[in-house]
Design a protein around this ligand. Sequence first.
Ligand code: AMP
Length: 139
Amino acid sequence: MAYQNDNIFAKIIKGEAPSYKVYENDDTYVMMDIMPEAEGHLLVLPKEGAENIFDISDEAISACMRTCKKIAPALMKATNADGLIISQFNHAAAGQTVFHLHCHMVPVYKGQKRQDHARVQGNPEELVALAKEIASYIE
Ligand code: AMP
């Protein structure tokens, strides 16, 4: 399947749909996942229109990883998490549900089970507050 320009993440990047934005630079856009698997679950999107690892450019996937590295300390500081998972799904069979490549950054809390993938809506007020707090720690 070819990349579809009208997917929800493409609209968010263009400012045509709302998001809980945390950070943006020339190549990437970071926002809260609206159905977090754990408190502080972030999504890092390349601005380049790519569906998955098979069609993204080397430059854009590198930019995503650079942004993950930049945001990670701020995310840990804001959430007091014990660990951090960074993951990225390719094709529906692997669990991909939005077909604009993205990296998940999911904080892990000792002794706490994570929510199922894309199941439970986050509380909007908590998402706003967390987005602001994480952003405040980005250096
Ligand atoms: P994936 O299944 O890897 O494609 O992940 C898609 C992720 O996007 C899921 O974790 C969803 O909870 C999340 N999601 C879907 N729509 C939105 C949205 N409008 N804003 C933020 N996160 C979203």
